[in-house]
Design a protein around this ligand. Sequence first.
Ligand SMILES: Cc1cc2nc3c(=O)[nH]c(=O)nc-3n(C[C@H](O)[C@H](O)[C@H](O)COP(=O)(O)O)c2cc1C
Length: 250
Amino acid sequence: MFFRYLCENGGALQTGTPTGAASAHNKKNIWNMADNYLGRKMEEYLSRPDTAKHKASHTLARLLRKNRSCRGYDAGFKVREDQLRKIIGVNTSVASSRNRQALRFRPVLADEAPKVLEHVRMGGALPELHLPLPGTEPNAFIVVCTTAAPDDDLYIDIGISAQSMLLQAVEIGLNGLCIRAFDREGIKRALGLTLEPVLVMALGRSVEKAETVEIPADGNHAYYRRDGRHYVPKVRAEELIIPHACGQQH
Ligand SMILES: Cc1cc2nc3c(=O)[nH]c(=O)nc-3n(C[C@H](O)[C@H](O)[C@H](O)COP(=O)(O)O)c2cc1C
């Protein structure tokens, strides 16, 4: 039986036998085999892509792909308080202009959800569908409020917060929707809020099939539904890049 021990031989880690019975010739063969084996393994390892980086980008891409705005939820699945708290918790780690951190979050569970639902509008681009379809209403929300007067920087903070919360929701198997079409006074009254609500986020387990598609030739950005699938046109990656101005050095 072999065991491994360190052998100083040009800095290489080698393998040998413990018994003095093996001949010098056998020992040399064994070491050569071990050298070959370790060498091969090292080459394999070095030729692998950077696995940590690869995995991380793959995970983010997957979360972003699944993070489609959701307007139809599984009524049988009740979002729990710990799930809302986990989603709100991402705000302890996100960027904030001047690190002001003026946002506060009101979790809304199934008992209060109908009071919020009546003050929000979903799917404005598909008015004929009257979303959410009956029986697919969200039973949880997070109402994002501010302690400071809204300005440009605060709206950027809200965007960073909202996207981070949506990605956290996707990571725990939920989906969400940012809602800005809501009746501010109605929401304040319904929840007895003293802070100003700036965004409502619906949350739940999606029953929708949704995917992104390229923007069609006519340039229409509006999302649409076909055969029960929701399609979201997105600008192609190459078109996101602003080309260098003609003659500019780069
Ligand atoms: C700031 C903001 C406000 C939004 N407000 C609403 C809204 O009031 N009602 C709604 O149904 N969707 C709303 N949406 C969702 C957008 O319609 C959705 O992000 C867009 O159609 C792209 O789809 P996607 O999120 O699946 O990529 C809002 C999104 C953002 C970022």
